[in-house]
Design a binder for this molecule. Structure first.
Ligand SMILES: [Zn+2]
Length: 142
């Protein structure tokens, strides 16, 4: 099901333009209108899901499968692509700005200017006790 107020659902319904790269029964992929790097793609499920928690696990797996196909295509293409990043923002704190799950596929090359910024303290490695305690907290939530 699509959602009337969703810009990505508008693209799925053909009510908003997109530079389409891939479509199948479950997902579509198109060019990001604000590319971080040239060739930046988005893969979205056809069914509206605001967050990962709302997304069927099979549909999530399919997004990754399509992402892999597109990564192969980017590497084969004439676009500059020496590497690939997949990025998925789930929630405002993670940088999600469109609330329809989307997987970014980013072709990368040395000197492209994009990168991840690590927080202060990143180089102070946590001890094994800390890692074990964190692992236990997450295991309890599984
Ligand atoms: Zn939507």
């Amino acid at each position: 099901m699509t959602k009337p107020s969703c810009v990505f659902c508008d693209i799925i319904r053909g009510q908003s333009p997109a530079s389409m790269v891939y479509t199948d029964e479950q997902a579509i992929a198109f060019m990001d209108i604000r590319p971080v790097v040239s060739g930046h793609l988005l893969v979205i499920p056809r069914v509206h899901a605001a967050s990962l928690a709302d997304l069927d696990a099979g549909a999530g797996a399919h997004l990754f499968r399509v992402g892999m196909k597109l990564a192969t295509a980017l590497r084969r293409s004439t676009l500059r692509c020496e590497g690939i990043n997949f990025f998925l923002a789930d929630g405002v704190a993670a940088g999600q700005d469109v609330f329809h799950v989307h997987l970014h596929i980013l072709p990368r090359f040395q000197g492209d200017g994009f990168g991840l910024r690590f927080p202060p303290g990143y180089w102070d490695l946590p001890g094994r006790d800390t890692l074990d305690a964190l692992a236990a907290q997450i295991r309890e939530a599984l």
